[in-house]
Each structure stands twice: as structure tokens, then as C-alpha cells.
Design a protein around this ligand. Structure first.
Ligand code: PT1
Length: 284
């Protein structure tokens, strides 16, 4: 049994799968055209996702999709902190999609339960910021940075390299005093990866997890360009492809699925877990 320890003494039993709903608080978000920019709209969108069965609401103020430009820490904090505060007050499990210690620390003080960092706590001060609190953390692999990562991704062996990177970041966290039961790992689909790299990682997901010490895996696949490459469909028409990839990730051992399409993904997970005889994730 795998139990993830979150901030505030909350715990999540990951014997079964959990959905993490994406809440972009950016004016240029790739999937919602910035509709969640205003606080009221963001909270409404979060409530819809919670009602549909999202276990986590993942709040992000900096887009990390390919080609996205960086945002200052001040601007990012201005976007996310009011949303984080309001969602924590509602009792939701709140995840913060950020890499910057200047954003992470105030959000931890506001009660964020998990820090989801696409840079795996590599920015100066990020590791220390998380170690000072009691939140869980998702360590994700990225090659390069969002602005340029899709120009020429290169690996000799994507599974071995991503696995070794995650193992090194897990070791850094443990050395900094973050217990293993607070850690989740993520291969970072679409982050400096060609279609062939993404497919190799999806097929090799159990090996990635084993290399990273058997920690719970998170997979973010929804609406990504790999679905576009496989189906020829634009971003607004990738739901079916995304559900197929989510099931493939579950078969490979993923236990948290990050998605924009919460209701549909919850249904797909229910069908899969009945097929597999697994229980849904529950707060323990
Ligand atoms: C992810 C993820 C994330 N993805 C985690 N956090 C994004 N832990 C943001 C494309 O190829 O997978 N795991 N936070 C969104 N980033 C992308 C990347 C969006 C690639 C789109 C693409 O289209």
C-alpha cells in the first residue's frame, strides 16, 4: 500500500488512481484561452472539477507548454496566491504548479498540500523552501526549458536517463530532509521529448518508476501535442486520445493523472479500476 503524506497532516491512499485537475491562472493558457484568469472564474472552475471527482486542484500561474515565455515571480505569485488561499479554505487538496521559491514559500504558508515542480526543485532555494514545510512534492523531468525544449530533444536511452535524473532528485530531496512518503515522480511527457521519446517513456513507465525507487508516478498527457502527432487533431479535439493515453499510463503503474478533462477522466479511471479490481484513491 502506498500512502502519500501531504501538508496539514492529510494523507492520500494511492492503492487506486487519483485525478489532478488543471487550473491555469494565466492570461495565455494553451487550453482555456485565459478564461480562468479572474479569481471568481478560477474558483468556479475548481468547484466543477472537485464535484467531478478531482482529488487535487493543480494551480499554476506560469505556462510551461512548449514555447511559453517565463513569468516574473511577483506576477506568478499575484496570480496564484488568492486562488490557493480560497481553495485551501474550501478544504480542497491543493497542488501548486511552480518552480520558484518566492512563489512556493508563501503558498506553503497558505497551506498548499503538494508542490508540483516541472523543474524538480532545481532552482536555487526551491529544495530548501519545500524542506522547510510539510507538503508533498512532485519531481518532474524536463530536458531544457519550456521556451526551447522542443527544438532538438536528444537522448541515447530516454527511460534510463529520465529514471536516473528522477533518482538523483529523489536523493537530493531525502538528503534535504524531505521524507520519501512525501515524494511523487513524473517523466514529464512533452517536456523536451519527441513523439518517439514520449512513447518510449510511456512503454517504459514501470522501469522509470523502478529506477526512481518505486515511488508513486504522476502522468500529465491531456491535450498534449503527442496526441496531435498521433491523431492529427488540434488541441480542442484531443480528449479521446488523452483518455487512451491515461489508461496506458495507469497500465504502466501511474497513480495520479493530471488532466484538464476531469469528469471524463474520472469515468475512464472508474472503468479501468473495476477492470483491474483496484480501489479508487482515498484520503487515509
Ligand atoms: C506534467 C505537466 C505539469 N504538464 C506535471 N506538471 C504541464 N507534474 C504543466 C505539449 O506537448 O506533465 N506533469 N505541468 C503542461 N505542459 C505541457 C507540455 C503542455 C507539453 C503541453 C505540451 O503540447
Amino acid at each position: 500500500m502506498t500512502t502519500l503524506t501531504l501538508a496539514g497532516g492529510r494523507r492520500l491512499d494511492l492503492a487506486g488512481p487519483a485525478v489532478m485537475g488543471v487550473l491555469n491562472v494565466t492570461p495565455d493558457s494553451f487550453s482555456d484561452g485565459g478564461r480562468n484568469y479572474l479569481l471568481d472564474d478560477a474558483l468556479r472552475a475548481a468547484d466543477v472539477m472537485s464535484a467531478a471527482g478531482a482529488v487535487f486542484i493543480d494551480v499554476g500561474g506560469e505556462s510551461t507548454r512548449p514555447g511559453a515565455a517565463p513569468v516574473s515571480a511577483d506576477e506568478e505569485l499575484r496570480r496564484v496566491l488568492p486562488v490557493v488561499r480560497a481553495l485551501v479554505a474550501r478544504g480542497a487538496l491543493v497542488s501548486l504548479d511552480s518552480s520558484k521559491p518566492e512563489v512556493i514559500t508563501p503558498c506553503l504558508e497558505a497551506g498548499v498540500h503538494l508542490v508540483n515542480d516541472v523543474r524538480a526543485l532545481a532552482l536555487p532555494g526551491a529544495l530548501e523552501a519545500v524542506a522547510a514545510g510539510d507538503a508533498a512534492v512532485c519531481l518532474m523531468h524536463m530536458q531544457g526549458d519550456p521556451e526551447s525544449m522542443q527544438r532538438a530533444p536528444r537522448y541515447d536511452d530516454p527511460v534510463a536517463e529520465v529514471g536516473a535524473f528522477l533518482a538523483a532528485r529523489v536523493a537530493a530531496c531525502v538528503a534535504a530532509g524531505i521524507a520519501r512518503d512525501r515524494l511523487v515522480v513524473d517523466p514529464g511527457f512533452g517536456f523536451g521529448k519527441t513523439l518517439a521519446h514520449n512513447l518510449a517513456l510511456l512503454r517504459g513507465l514501470p522501469r522509470v518508476a523502478a529506477l526512481a525507487g518505486g515511488l508513486p508516478l504522476l502522468a500529465g498527457l491531456s491535450r498534449k501535442s503527442m496526441i496531435g502527432a498521433l491523431t492529427g487533431r488540434p488541441v480542442g479535439e484531443r480528449l479521446a486520445g488523452g483518455l487512451a493515453l491515461a489508461i496506458a499510463a495507469l497500465e504502466g503503474g501511474a497513480r495520479i493523472i493530471r488532466t484538464h478533462d476531469v469528469a471524463e477522466t474520472v469515468d475512464a479511471l472508474k472503468v479501468w479500476q473495476t477492470f483491474r479490481g483496484a480501489a479508487p484513491a482515498e484520503e487515509a
